[in-house]
Design a binder for this molecule. Structure first.
Ligand SMILES: [Zn+2]
Length: 157
């Protein structure tokens, strides 16, 4: 239909997706650590926050109930192959099995899923309409059976 003066479809183009191997993400994380030491965590975390906020706004429109939001998030992340999420908002815990980030990183003495922690922070800050802080208490990279994130409300400063 190009140049014919015919009707063009007015649909919004879908966002570009591309595939990124988990191991490539791990390589990127290690490179950031070599260059910026612990600053790497902040870079990944902060990048994740924006991703989580956008993801909430894009995918969760009209969903109010916690169950609808958490199961939509679980399905989305499963489809995107981030891992298998199990979310209990009453307890404020999120379990992730097969985290792409831990998988790509390999072994570590400390939790490594900083991008995912940022993503969850951005996502739940949008959903709960208040600033939250999320900590990763244990990580598959440490040889644990799953990553465990805990939602902690940010205290007003
Ligand atoms: Zn982890």
């Amino acid at each position: 239909m190009q140049g014919s003066g015919g009707r063009k479809t007015q649909r919004r183009p879908s966002p570009r997706l591309f595939q990124f191997r988990a191991v490539a993400f791990g390589d990127m994380q290690r490179a950031l650590e070599r260059l910026f030491a612990s600053g790497a965590q902040v870079i990944l975390y902060e990048s994740g926050i924006e991703c989580g906020r956008r993801s909430y706004q894009r995918h969760m429109k009209g969903k109010v109930h916690a169950k609808a939001v958490t199961s939509a998030l679980r399905r989305l992340k499963l489809m995107e192959r981030w891992g298998k999420f199990k979310i209990d908002l009453e307890k404020g815990v999120i379990l992730v099995k097969d985290s792409f980030e831990a998988d790509g990183y390999g072994g570590s003495d400390v939790p490594v899923c900083h991008f995912m922690r940022g993503y969850l922070t951005g996502f739940f800050t949008e959903y709960l309409k208040k600033e939250v802080k999320i900590v990763e208490e244990q990580c598959e990279a440490q040889g644990k059976p799953y990553c465990l994130f805990r939602i902690v409300e940010k205290k007003p400063e």
